[in-house]
Design a protein around this ligand. Structure first.
Ligand SMILES: Nc1nc2c(ncn2[C@@H]2O[C@H](COP(=O)(O)OP(=O)(O)O)[C@@H](O)[C@H]2O)c(=O)[nH]1
Ligand SMILES: [Mg+2]
Length: 381
């Protein structure tokens, strides 16, 4: 049994910041006093405008509302262990590495300068990046020298260990706030997997006994709101949206709604954007500011969702979004479809933002917490 989030003991809901300080929000819910702790009977004290703005698709989910089969998140729920699925998901990257490494790690291969050069090429081909490749090679050369390893076969395990050490600092669980809600903002380019990741995480949180509300902050396309709404329906959780209004206003409403209901976690979607679209990056900064006006400590997490297929461009995205917003974590999706899984090493070497989750397929179980040792083993083991 794995856990996606580190739970906290329940505390009183957080005291909201003064709502009147928030610009551009339609919601004016009377939240000057902290709302009552969550109770199935508790009705949120929302004004008619706020109620009209909020699309409560279904009652707030309780554990009882979660079908039993959804709770099957053990490593073997589909008869194949997580490591097996991770290996399968990373097969393309492993093949690309293997095409170069296959001969390299044959027992008996001679470890000389040409050998190290070939290894360097293979790592670069799998998008490990220049700096990470240099670090891995340096460690490997030292190990070979220090321990007088002349046999290439023995170096495979050393490389796996080096890669694990490089990736280890990226491991991180998300801490849920003692005072709900924990506000998590999802950002990234179009098609990276923001909305599907929100849907999957909502299910995992419900399985953990958390309550969840979704905010449809992708206000650019009606279809995006619909997509989130259908995830909300499937999970039986409320989805906050507005017929008109910007992302910041929707998320402000979402936070107020979560405060009023005593909901544990707010997952907030945003529209996809390129970091080069400066006005759109500015809009995200506004979302962040306005969230802080609804709840002083929010957003607690800003997660960049990355499509692993973008390879080295993923690193550029990490740097740009981090510079603009101060990222707290990454979700790396679609590792199953790419030969560029080495990019996590590049991120570790150049901008080590923690990888909270990785996606190796479209199924619910295919989004998992990141474990450096498993990842290195799946690539090299
Ligand atoms: N193969 C695969 N597909 C994924 C993964 N994560 C998301 N997707 C797909 O990527 C597509 C775009 O996802 P979406 O959440 O709409 O992206 P958004 O624009 O960032 O919100 C959808 O078809 C998802 O099913 C993954 O880990 N593996
Ligand atoms: Mg989306």
């Amino acid at each position: 049994m794995f856990s996606f989030f580190r739970s906290r003991k329940r505390a009183e809901p957080a005291t909201p910041a003064a709502p009147e300080t928030a610009p551009g929000s339609a919601a004016t819910a009377p939240l000057s006093a902290p709302p009552a702790p969550p109770s199935p009977a508790a009705q949120p004290a929302l004004t008619p405008e706020a109620v009209a703005a909020a699309v409560a698709v279904a009652p707030t989910a309780t554990e009882a509302a979660v079908p039993a089969e959804r709770a099957g998140d053990s490593a073997n729920s589909d008869g194949k262990g997580w490591l097996g699925r991770l290996r399968q998901g990373l097969a393309k990257t492993r093949e690309r590495l293997g095409a170069g490494l296959g001969g390299l790690f044959q027992p008996g291969s001679k470890v000389d300068e040409a050998w190290f050069e070939q290894l360097e090429d293979s790592l670069l081909m799998a998008d490990v990046g220049v700096q990470a490749t240099r670090r891995l090679l340096q460690g490997l050369r030292e190990a070979a020298r220090r321990e007088r390893i002349a046999d290439a076969g023995a170096l495979r395990e050393r490389l796996e260990r080096q890669l694990t050490e490089l990736l280890q600092p990226l491991e991180r669980a998300i801490d849920l706030q003692e005072a709900p809600p924990t506000v998590i903002l999802f950002v990234g380019v179009n098609g990276a997997g923001k909305t599907t990741s929100i849907g999957k995480l909502a299910q995992h949180l419900l399985n953990q006994g958390e309550s969840v509300v979704l905010a449809a902050g992708d206000t650019f396309r009606a279809a995006a709101v619909e997509q989130l709404r259908s995830w909300g329906e499937r999970n039986g959780v409320p989805v906050i949206s507005q017929a008109q209004g910007d992302s910041a206003a929707v998320i402000f409403d979402g936070i107020q709604s979560a405060l009023a209901r005593g909901t544990g976690v707010l997952l907030a979607d945003t529209a996809g954007r390129l970091p080069t679209q400066l006005h759109l990056m500015e809009e995200l900064r506004k979302v962040k500011r306005v969230a802080g006006k609804a709840l002083a400590t929010a957003p607690h997490e800003i997660l960049l969702v990355l499509d692993a297929n973008t390879g080295q461009n993923a690193l550029a995205q990490v740097k740009a979004f981090d510079d603009a917003l101060g990222l707290t974590g990454l979700i790396v999706t679609k590792l199953d479809g790419t030969a560029k899984g080495g990019v996590l090493a590049a991120i570790a070497a150049e901008r080590p933002i923690p990888v909270c989750f990785i996606g190796v397929g479209e199924k619910l179980d295919d989004l998992r917490p990141f474990r450096a040792a498993d990842y290195a083993e799946a690539l090299l083991g």
